[in-house]
Design a protein around this ligand. Structure first.
Ligand code: ADP
Ligand code: MG
Length: 579
């Protein structure tokens, strides 16, 4: 008997930490959630999430929040270390975090780097932990805010790595996580990039309807109905719900936000579902977001470590009120204008054939794209807006920003850091001369390599002069060479100002290399996109809308400004009193 019984020992600290970490960091998406929540707790107005390889290669979350002082960086990574609980009162917690477990848990299963600065001095501090040990502890350039990078996640936890091995699945989970966080923080500008591609972006408008459209797509915009505001048992609630036309087969897009936290309170979800079930098609669920505000001492957020389950006092009363609001809204469904079947609709089934066949079929046919509803082009207004008719109202598209968005995504796809070998640059008919100010020369010189990576072949010509000999081969980005090729739209670009853009950006050069590259792509797209004030012919307008409907975020330009406006049927009916 005795030889079967192993002696009892206390686990080595690193093993114990890894086991404990499992509660908090199950998969890449949970790391993203913890890091974004920290950024939100830090009062960030802008949060940028970058993931590579589904988060298993890299997860990086940057924010412009309050930052962490150099002396506290290491402490932030220790177990049960938090700045969010002053006393021992768990009841009054107003932050998303308070357990002080996220950073140490992540450090137990990955390499963790924090770069942070508490002020605008430009100098911050950097700490890297590998296997729980500090391997870097040094000053680093940083504007106010914090960037946390997580590398090699789960490489020391083979079982969890295997369970998370499919990058695509993880990217989907991360997307869902960030969407929920975005809905919970509509005032914050959030962007998610996966392998350098923009997956989603919100404008931080503060408006729930706008944010819902930004995270789930403009196809929704036609049918949104307001919910509340309503008050019950000391809790205020308001939100929006998609109309009966835009239901989903699962509950994934039913979002409840309690005091800024995305949660799944069973006690509220059940009455909500009971309320919409009779007014929606069988087995379907709405796209919905409801924000609840309740005194913090009336919620218990401490029920589940992942903090999704919460309990509210007087849940039954609140649940009943929410149910009523949702049933009311869905019951007053708007009359949706449906497109009459038109010539060319059969192209719906041949999405890839669209561009090529453009010239051959009726110009009046709807423009069908993956990310926008089918749209009929009405025309150009004020030489700066495209007017379109959709299934549920009118759409206005800012021609400049739309073109910018298209160019940016094409540029990022072709020239992003992880995009693979960039297409061959194209030599300019004659070199473009860049004349710099003396102070700019050294900084610009340091960027030549980066610029060459992007396809800008530059050469020092002595003194303050540089020559641009070749530029990226993307149509429309080539300065001075208007391209009348297949992509009609690109042919209307405005390439002048490119030289100025390159210089300005090299000038800004202080920031992190990869950020700089993205800024350059944004600037390039902006400078080469068709301007407002430029009349467009119908093929160009159609090309613009077709291109836009194939981008992943057709509602905001790369700067984060809105480019698509929907004037919904509900609004028209209200304005004209058509009921
Ligand atoms: P918690 O969020 O529960 O306090 P964490 O382990 O997530 O625990 O973070 C520990 C501490 O590190 C936080 O309390 C906060 O003081 C600091 N911190 C973490 N991330 C950030 C950030 N992005 N900006 C500012 N401070 C941060
Ligand atoms: Mg936290």
């Amino acid at each position: 008997m005795s030889e079967l019984r192993a002696p009892i020992r206390v686990l080595p600290a690193a093993v114990a930490a890894r086991i404990a970490a499992g509660e908090i960091v199950e998969r890449p998406a949970s790391v993203v959630k913890e890091l974004v929540e920290n950024a939100l707790d830090a009062g960030a107005r802008y949060v940028r999430v970058d993931v590579r390889g589904g988060g298993l290669g890299l997860i990086r979350v940057g924010d412009d929040g309050v930052g962490i002082r150099a002396a506290e960086l290491w402490l932030a990574c220790q177990r049960h270390a938090t700045s969010k609980l002053a006393g021992d009162d768990l009841g009054g917690v107003q932050t998303l975090g308070f357990r002080g477990e996220a950073l140490p848990s992540i450090a137990a299963v990955a390499e963790l780097t924090l770069v942070s600065a508490p002020d605008e001095g430009g100098v911050g501090w950097k700490v890297t932990l590998r296997d729980g040990r500090v391997v870097a502890d040094e000053p680093a350039p940083r504007t106010r805010g914090t960037t946390v990078s997580v590398r090699h996640l789960f490489q020391n936890v083979p079982a969890r790595l295997a369970a998370s091995a499919r990058a695509q699945t993880e990217v989907a989970q991360i997307g869902q996580t960030v969407r929920r966080l975005a809905l919970a923080a509509p005032h914050v500008r959030l962007a998610l990039f996966s392998d350098r591609r923009l997956v989603l972006q919100t404008t931080g408008s503060g408006d729930l309807a706008t944010t819902l459209v930004e995270v789930y797509g403009p196809a929704l915009a036609g049918d949104l109905l307001p919910l509340g505001p309503v008050e019950a048992a000391g809790t205020r609630a308001w939100g929006v719900v998609g109309g009966p036309e835009v239901t989903r087969p699962g509950r994934n897009q039913v979002n409840l936000i309690v005091n800024g936290r995305w949660v799944q309170p069973r006690g509220l979800l059940a009455p909500l579902e009971a309320a919409y079930r009779p007014v929606l098609p069988r087995g379907r669920h709405p796209v919905l977001v409801l924000a609840l505000e309740t005194p913090p001492d009336r919620v218990d957020i401490n029920v589940h470590p992942a903090k999704l389950e919460v309990r509210l006092l007087e849940e039954r009363v609140i649940g009943a009120a929410l149910g009523e609001v949702v049933r009311d809204a869905l019951g007053r469904r708007p009359v949706s204008l449906r497109l009459p079947p038109a010539a060319g609709l059969d192209l719906l089934h041949r999405p890839d054939g669209l561009a090529e066949e453009r010239g051959e079929w009726d110009d009046q046919g709807p423009i069908v794209t993956p990310y926008l509803p089918p749209l009929r082009l009405v025309g150009q207004v004020q030489a700066r807006l495209l007017l379109l008719e959709g299934p549920a109202g009118l759409y206005l598209v800012d021609q400049h920003r739309a073109h910018e968005r298209i160019l940016f995504e094409r540029l990022a796809a072709a020239h992003g850091v992880d995009a693979g070998p960039a297409p061959e640059p194209v030599a300019l008919p004659e070199p473009l001369v860049l004349e710099l100010r003396p102070a700019q020369v050294a900084r610009f010189g340091r960027r030549l390599e980066d610029l060459a990576d992007l396809g800008f072949q530059l050469e020092a010509f002595g003194g303050r002069t540089f020559l641009l000999r070749a530029a990226p081969s993307l149509p429309g980005v080539l300065p001075g060479a208007p391209d009348r090729s297949p992509e009609a739209l690109i042919g209307v670009g405005e390439p002048d100002g490119l030289a100025a853009t390159l210089v300005t950006l090299a000038d800004e050069g202080a920031g992190e290399g990869e950020d700089w590259r993205e800024r350059l792509l944004v600037q390039l797209a902006c400078r080469t996109a068709v301007r407002r004030g430029r009349p467009l012919d119908r093929p160009a307008m159609r090309a613009l809308v077709e291109g836009l409907g194939r981008t992943t975020t057709p509602a905001v330009c790369p700067h984060g400004s809105p480019l698509l406006m929907h004037v919904g049927d509900a609004l028209l009916e209200k304005q004209f009193d058509w009921r």
